[in-house]
Design a protein around this ligand. Structure first.
Ligand SMILES: NC(=O)c1ccc[n+]([C@@H]2O[C@H](COP(=O)([O-])OP(=O)(O)OC[C@H]3O[C@@H](n4cnc5c(N)ncnc54)[C@H](OP(=O)(O)O)[C@@H]3O)[C@@H](O)[C@H]2O)c1
Length: 335
């Protein structure tokens, strides 16, 4: 089959798709899926260059998020309610390929009315936003929520979900066009965090109180503590800015605040009852039209589009969730 295979560590821009990759071999709990769209993640570049925390054995197919259909000839493990032809999305190593092997515990049905492009980038972004704000952040209606990197994949979901849960959202981003995106998808206020003393603007907006929740996928907790409210919660979500921060703990004491981490991937191992609850609530938000997955509109096409898309993500040119379309709805493969 055709696939974006890594045979030696290199940046994806220096890797060509292959025509001749063996079809996936299925473990007993896996199904075979025809991939229609796949989510593009910065960590794919780290994996292709050998610098990621999860490195599959060489050679490996890149890509870890997909949306597609269960293949006609796929076996179905005992007790699994899916059937061939079902539309599903989820997480599986090797998603930049015609077909991928998917563990049945790492996928969900695509809800009615959702496209493959929208579904391809959901498996991480939606629950990372929802569980961060609810389970870890304890959001309440009326809370002020500061979302950093608010036009990014995770950030834009956090903006929508915070609004859906009754929060008042102050978004930050690094360019006027990304600020406009965050406002378009629900933020009440938007601030460019490249401007000095942006925290003063936050304090002004909140009438001097500061924000109840900081949602931070970028690595800006220390700077943000200048504008956190009494008993505020600072959520450590990620380090897109490239630096792991160190914090003076006296601020945590003096301001009476909590610094709270979230690692959504670990829930699938350590808190297995929580993901189904989170997904049930997310699907209800989707059904009531209070939350919509936002795929970056300039969708990348075919396996050649994988490296183009990853370079665009690396250069901070994309917003929302960047995806690559590998097959059309009418089944004509774009690979
Ligand atoms: N904790 C978890 O369980 C979990 C789950 C999923 C993802 N994450 C993490 O969350 C972070 C964001 O993921 P994402 O999918 O939202 O990524 P993304 O779509 O690439 O968005 C990241 C945002 O960060 C901002 N940014 C600031 N400095 C940057 C830099 N030096 N390079 C790139 N972007 C920079 C960019 O906004 P501006 O251009 O506007 O500054 C960009 O929109 C990542 O670190 C990821 O690993 C954590």
């Amino acid at each position: 089959m055709k696939a974006f295979q890594v045979t030696k560590f290199a940046h994806p821009k220096d890797i060509l798709p292959s025509d001749n990759v063996p079809a996936p071999e299925l473990a007993p709990n896996e199904i075979l899926v025809d991939v229609y769209s796949a989510g593009l993640n910065f960590f794919d570049i780290l994996q292709a260059t050998g610098k990621y925390q999860n490195q599959p054995p060489m050679p490996f197919i890149l890509g870890s998020e997909f949306a597609g259909r269960i293949s006609k000839n796929s076996p179905i493990p005992p007790g699994c309610s899916f059937k061939p032809g079902d539309k599903i999305f989820g997480s599986a190593q090797g998603s930049y390929a015609e077909q991928v092997a998917v563990d049945v515990s790492r996928c969900y049905p695509i809800p009615n009315g959702m496209s493959y492009d929208q579904a391809a980038g959901l498996f991480l972004t939606w629950p990372t936003a929802y569980e961060g704000l609810t389970g870890r952040g304890g959001i309440k209606s009326g809370d002020w929520v500061l979302v950093h990197g608010a036009a990014g994949g995770v950030g834009l979901c956090a903006v929508q979900i915070a609004k859906a849960l009754g929060g008042k959202v102050i978004a930050t981003a690094g360019s006027p066009s990304k600020l406009e995106v965050s406002l378009r998808y629900g933020a009440d206020h938007a601030i460019n965090y490249r401007q000095p003393n942006w925290q003063k603007e936050v304090l002004k907006i909140t009438g001097g109180k500061g924000v109840d929740i900081i949602y931070d996928p970028v690595g800006l907790i220390k700077d943000s503590l200048k504008c956190i409210a009494w008993k505020g919660r600072a959520l450590v979500i990620g380090f897109a800015g490239g630096q792991i921060e160190k914090l003076p703990l006296n601020l945590v004491l003096l301001k009476n605040i909590s610094i709270v981490g979230l690692h959504w991937g670990e829930y699938l191992k350590k808190d297995v009852s929580r993901p189904p609850e989170v997904w049930k609530e997310l699907f209800e938000l989707w059904k009531s039209k209070r939350c919509t997955p936002i795929a970056y509109p300039q969708v990348f096409h075919g396996l050649e589009g994988v490296s183009q898309g990853l370079v665009a993500v690396e250069n901070r040119e994309t917003w929302g969730k960047a995806v690559v379309k590998l097959r059309d709805e009418n089944l004509s493969a774009k690979l």
